[in-house]
Design a binder for this molecule. Structure first.
Ligand SMILES: *[C@@H]1O[C@H](CO)[C@@H](O)[C@H](O)[C@H]1NC(C)=O
Ligand SMILES: *[C@@H]1O[C@H](CO)[C@@H](O)[C@H](O)[C@H]1NC(C)=O
Ligand SMILES: *[C@@H]1O[C@H](CO)[C@@H](O)[C@H](O)[C@H]1NC(C)=O
Ligand SMILES: *[C@@H]1O[C@H](CO)[C@@H](O)[C@H](O)[C@H]1NC(C)=O
Ligand SMILES: *[C@@H]1O[C@H](CO)[C@@H](O)[C@H](O)[C@H]1NC(C)=O
Ligand SMILES: *[C@@H]1O[C@H](CO)[C@@H](O)[C@H](O)[C@H]1NC(C)=O
Ligand SMILES: *[C@@H]1O[C@H](CO)[C@@H](O)[C@H](O)[C@H]1NC(C)=O
Ligand SMILES: *[C@@H]1O[C@H](CO)[C@@H](O)[C@H](O)[C@H]1NC(C)=O
Ligand SMILES: *[C@@H]1O[C@H](CO)[C@@H](O)[C@H](O)[C@H]1NC(C)=O
Length: 894
């Protein structure tokens, strides 16, 4: 009786936990720039730490492994090269990803830290990350401990046949390995990796530290054998995959019960210059901002390693602040900003040299790559999506992103009367885009005006709006001429219907933003004109688009009164405090969304009634920001949370996905996920613009004092947890028997229940593939595919096909209910973060892997990727033709 009551309680808790689990498809490991993008794929099955880290495309291994040697026996901590260990939990914070690992007689934490440094541009622009290890004996005994880590040369090219060269140098404090292509391809990429980068792997010098470069089997073998390396280097330069050269560092910690301090490595990817800018002047190359402080990479690395404990403390403090700010909204929301932060800030912050060859620190520009979609440079609609994260961290950074676009369009090279969609289509060459089609004219002009006013309003800095006033005015005038009846235009996602409600309101808010800009600069005549135009337009728009109880997707005589859209551009009205749109519209939308959410897919809500099966995480969060109803807001958040926290489909936190089955469509690893910060941006304090204190860049309003948690994989504690585990064990055993056959058939994975208590690792690979034979990717080595040039700026992602990966097919046919069951069925131990904590805040560690993402899997997905690119190009061409035939020139503005 008592027992069954207990079981009932436990079972209830168990269900709650399973449902609230946050288990992203990929965890950030080292993410600091468009090309330094290393993730752990959680789909691959087995323990996430037992896989090779991947580039964001997840079709390129970035060789990176870590080992621990305990009393002479060696175990791997991450990577896929030796005796596996058991991941007991993982934790993700805005700056860190922590693997907690049970390895033989020790517990080990491996922490991957990619710093976010809002107050210091030098620190923020350092393209380095830390990985650090803490070890603790778990049997109360001392053990003889040695640690080892290496990287391969796979980081420096998308083509493993590329010839690499490398060297090892010792400074006063560090041993630094570096590797680069023998013939770097300037400003080029292959399979999205930079071909002109140098990878670094550094470690502090000490009596107990050793290093070695050479064949992977040789270097790792030396560590296994001796617990130390030979301080020797391999000088036989060769192809990346020719007996994979690895760059190792090891340390002997001797007999210990725990590490006195963390053992730290620094990994980095340096390109110099990073950007080749449109310009007729001789020197149009731009370098990372950190060069203003350090003359050599070695100096920068010496600093970076020596600064570790400060950097870690800053990271912990910042994580606490972000999470506590976000928890003012909700725990789900905190998970989303946590997952998005590193991804959204992975940009290149640059500086130029003046004619004397000195760094011109007043010429700072930031460049964003359209990661996940294309190679576009500073794609305006993605900047717009990401803008909240920049406003939140440091409004001045927002300026650096706008500046190159503005400077270019103010120059004589640019002749259009509307804003350009980007600065070119082949990052890192920012060659400019002087002939953009008219399709994006409203979208881009509206975005530029909104972002520029947002920057001024939250920074108090009137520099941009003063310098580019005429440019803004030209764009605003363009909007005045076309935005009420937009015909022949596309929105951010390539929809090209006439009279799109969401596009029209963006243009109208853009006009209002112009009025505010004029007002701030004391140009009251302009302010009055734009303000009254915006007012008149919004009144007409409200009647045309909003008189049926909710906003239609498109309006006009022939409009379908059942059409609808996520009118996410209302967020800009709220962010700018312009109160342009009547509150009844907001209320109606809330009612409508709440109704739609009832029947939406479990992973999301489609973004427009004309596009079934596509949800947009960034726009959904803007819609949440525009909501005036906390229940609706939280519903929208929870939909994005369900997708972001599920690994039913591969893909680093994507922008576009299927709302019904969660499968990723496009926008993986996009910085556009800065949109997750939309709600935090709403609580920023606006400033008086141009009051002379323009260097005043306070970050955020409140920062609460509550101790921040994180997305905790959790720590087991207390009796309740133990009971849960035991219960979970029995449940797993039962479920395994039921589902084993099905999984074996689907995925080719064997399950072995006998030696795996608590369902740990029930889906083990039959055989661990050997690195040597598996790491050679025939497709990669043949496919030096130039990126398609897209003169229309890659609008039109709504038709991208879903990349298929072997073993992943089920994602598209499995309902969420099934997925939920499966999650339960695969029943990993459910681990509470603490027995007293809010169960909905805790995440369980659930190995929710699909089947093999082996090397051959990578190849297949590459092939699929190529096909997809081609199909997408065809589609774009057709769309383009269609759009042309529909296009009527907009009325001339008098
Ligand atoms: C991992 O867990 C399994 C099952 O408990 C155990 O047999 C194995 O020794 C563990 N591995 C390590 C390295 O601790
Ligand atoms: C640790 O590893 C050694 C060598 O593989 C093994 O003999 C021993 O049983 C392991 N101990 C535990 C607690 O897993
Ligand atoms: C924002 O960044 C700028 C450098 O770009 C820096 O001078 C300023 O101190 C930062 N603001 C804050 C609040 O950290
Ligand atoms: C690992 O991290 C967890 C959670 O922060 C902590 O409780 C544990 O003591 C850490 N273990 C080691 C070996 O540092
Ligand atoms: C590296 O591996 C290859 C093939 O196993 C071998 O021919 C070569 O001698 C190795 N180099 C060293 C230094 O062992
Ligand atoms: C470490 O401990 C082992 C036995 O536990 C002992 O043989 C060895 O000498 C110790 N090493 C050092 C450096 O103290
Ligand atoms: C667009 O809306 C306007 C009213 O604002 C209407 O006059 C026009 O016919 C509409 N265009 C289309 C194609 O429906
Ligand atoms: C809803 O709007 C009212 C009035 O504009 C405002 O006071 C309130 O804070 C808003 N609520 C939310 C949840 O945005
Ligand atoms: C902030 O914005 C509100 C609404 O737009 C405005 O009334 C107020 O004056 C602004 N505050 C400052 C300091 O500019």
């Amino acid at each position: 009786m008592l027992l069954s009551a207990l079981f009932f309680v436990v079972c209830f808790a168990c269900l709650t936990l399973v449902r609230s689990a946050f288990y992203p498809a990929a965890l950030p490991l080292s993410v600091r720039s468009p090309y330094l993008q290393c993730y752990a794929d959680t789909l691959a099955g087995d323990n996430t730490n037992d896989q090779w880290p991947q580039f964001w495309t997840e079709s390129r291994i970035l060789g990176w492994s870590g080992w621990i040697r305990i009393d002479g026996s060696t175990f791997q901590l991450w990577g896929q090269s030796g005796t596996t260990t058991n991941l007991t939990s993982f934790e993700v914070t805005p700056t860190r990803t922590v693997f907690s690992i049970h390895a033989n007689t020790t517990n080990v934490n491996v922490t991957f830290l990619s710093p976010i440094e809002p107050s210091n541009l030098v620190l923020q622009s350092l393209p380095f990350s830390y990985v650090y290890i803490d070890v603790e004996s778990n049997d109360g005994q001392e053990h003889s401990i040695q640690l080892y880590s290496d990287i391969s040369a796979e980081w420096i090219s998308g083509d493993s046949n590329s010839l690499a060269e490398w060297s090892t140098t010792r400074t006063d404090s560090s041993t630094i390995h570096k590797a680069a292509r023998q013939t770097p391809l300037f400003m080029q990429e292959i399979n999205s990796l930079a071909e002109d980068a140098t990878v670094y792997y550094a470690f502090l010098i000490s009596n107990d530290a050793t290093y070695e470069t050479g064949n992977d089997t040789v270097v790792r073998g030396d560590f296994i054998e001796n617990g130390a390396l030979f301080d020797s280097v391999d000088t036989k330069f060769r192809a990346i995959s020719d007996h994979f050269v690895v760059f190792g560092h090891a340390i002997n910690l001797s007999n210990i019960t725990n590490t006195a301090s963390s053992v730290v490595w620094a990994v980095g990817l340096v390109r110099d210059p990073v950007i080749n800018l449109y310009s007729t002047s001789a020197n149009n190359n731009r370098s990372s901002y950190f060069w203003t402080e350090y003359n050599t990479v070695s100096d920068a690395i010496d600093f970076f390693l020596s600064d570790f404990s400060n950097a870690r403390q800053r990271a912990i403090d910042l994580d606490d602040k972000i999470v506590s700010d976000a928890r003012q909204v909700s725990d789900n929301y905190a998970d989303l900003v946590t997952l998005a932060a590193r991804q959204a800030l992975a940009v290149d912050i640059t500086v130029s040299k003046d004619s004397e060859g000195q760094w011109n620190t007043s010429d700072v520009m930031t460049f964003m790559k359209d990661v996940g979609n294309s190679r576009r440079v500073n794609p305006v609609e993605i900047l717009y999506a990401a803008f909240p994260v920049y406003l939140y961290f440091n409004t001045t950074w927002a300026e650096y992103l706008l500046e190159p676009l503005l400077q270019y369009q103010q120059s004589s090279q640019y002749t259009k009367t509307y804003a350009a969609p980007d600065l070119g289509s082949s990052y890192p060459s920012a060659e400019g885009n002087d002939g953009p089609s008219i399709f994006g004219a409203i979208e881009d002009s509206g975005n530029m005006l909104i972002m520029s006013w947002a920057h001024a309003r939250f920074s108090g800095d009137s520099t941009l709006i003063t310098r580019y006033y005429n440019l803004y005015k030209r764009w605003a005038d363009y909007l005045v001429s076309v935005t009420l009846d937009p015909n022949g235009y596309t929105d951010a996602d390539g929809l090209d219907n006439a009279n799109m409600t969401n596009l029209a309101i963006k243009g109208i808010i853009g006009i209002k933003a112009m009025s505010e800009i004029s007002q701030a600069l004391g140009k009251s005549q302009d302010a009055e004109t734009y303000s009254s135009t915006a007012k008149s337009y919004v009144e007409q728009w409200q009647i045309s688009a909003g008189s049926t109880g909710h906003l239609l997707s498109t309006y006009g005589p022939t409009a379908d009164s059942s059409s609808w859209s996520l009118v996410y551009n209302l967020f800009a009205d709220k962010l700018l405090g312009t109160a342009l749109v009547d509150s009844s519209i907001y209320t109606n939308q809330d009612t409508f969304y709440s109704h739609e959410a009832d029947t939406s897919g479990v992973f999301g809500i489609q973004y427009d009634s004309s596009v079934a099966n596509e949800a947009k995480s960034h726009w959904t969060m803007f819609a949440a920001g525009a909501s005036n109803d906390t229940t609706v807001r939280d519903t929208l958040i929870s939909l994005v949370h369900t997708k972001a926290g599920s690994n039913v489909s591969a893909g680093v936190f994507p922008l576009t996905y299927n709302p019904n089955n969660g499968s990723t469509i496009s926008g993986q690893a996009s910085p556009g996920q800065g949109a997750m910060f939309s709600l935090m941006a709403l609580s920023l304090q606006n400033k008086t613009v141009g009051d002379g204190s323009s260097s005043n860049n306070d970050q955020t309003s409140s920062s609460g004092s509550s101790k921040a948690g994180a997305i905790a994989g959790g720590v087991v504690g207390g009796l309740a947890a133990l009971t849960l585990l035991i219960f979970g064990f029995f449940m797993c055993r039962r479920r395994q028997r039921r589902t084993q056959d099905m999984y074996n058939q689907r995925s080719g994975w064997s399950s072995s229940t006998s030696d795996t208590p608590f369902c740990m690792g029930i889906f083990r690979k039959r055989k661990s593939p050997e690195r040597e034979s598996n790491n050679i990717d025939p497709i990669l080595s043949e496919s030096v595919i130039p990126q398609p040039y897209d003169p229309y700026g890659s609008y039109g992602t709504q038709h991208s096909l879903q990349p298929l990966r072997p073993g992943q097919q089920y994602a598209s046919v499995e309902s969420y209910a099934e997925a939920g069951q499966r999650l339960g069925k695969r029943g990993q131990p459910i681990i509470l973060s603490s027995p007293t904590s809010d169960p909905t805040a805790a995440a369980s560690t659930t190995a929710f892997g699909s089947s093999s993402a082996s090397r051959s899997g990578g190849s297949d997905s590459d092939t699929t990727g190529q096909l997809r690119n081609e199909v997408e190009n065809l589609r774009r061409e057709m769309e383009e033709m269609r759009a042309r035939s529909q296009y009527e020139p907009p009325p001339q503005y008098a």
